[in-house]
Design a protein. Structure first.
Length: 126
């Protein structure tokens, strides 16, 4: 079974509210800075997001989720992409919303589930 998200559907990403900020303070969220324009217009270079590193402990990512993942072939390099498909093997197809500016699964293939670091929950504004 493959679950596929229809490309072109952009979801809103809320600013972190008090509960999200408190989750970050309690280390239940991690903070990442966006580099590049691969997720524009939703996320722009220099913006920061909070991720839930525990989001996929008991279930798989779903099409439409925005995730931070380790690059499958470049150690230490992290990606922010949208899940567009989850394969039977558990690997995910990750694509940037801005396809002309994105290096994603179209060039490096599916990303193993264990490389997904967490689901983006909100923008971090201070």
């Amino acid at each position: 079974m493959v679950r596929i998200n229809v490309m072109g559907q952009f979801t809103a990403l809320e600013n972190a509210d008090f509960d999200e900020l408190m989750s970050w303070v309690r280390r239940k969220r991690r903070r990442f800075r966006v580099s590049g324009q691969s997720m524009a217009p939703l996320l722009r270079e220099g913006e920061e997001v909070l991720i839930d590193p525990f989001a996929y402990l008991h279930h798989s990512p779903e099409p439409g989720d925005i995730v931070v993942a380790e690059h499958p072939t470049l150690p230490g390099y992290r990606l922010i992409k949208r899940v567009v498909a989850v394969l039977d093997s558990g690997d995910c197809i990750l694509i940037g919303d801005n396809s002309t500016e994105s290096t994603d699964s179209r060039s490096f293939g599916a990303v193993p589930r264990h490389k997904i670091m967490g689901r983006v929950t909100s923008r971090f504004s201070y």
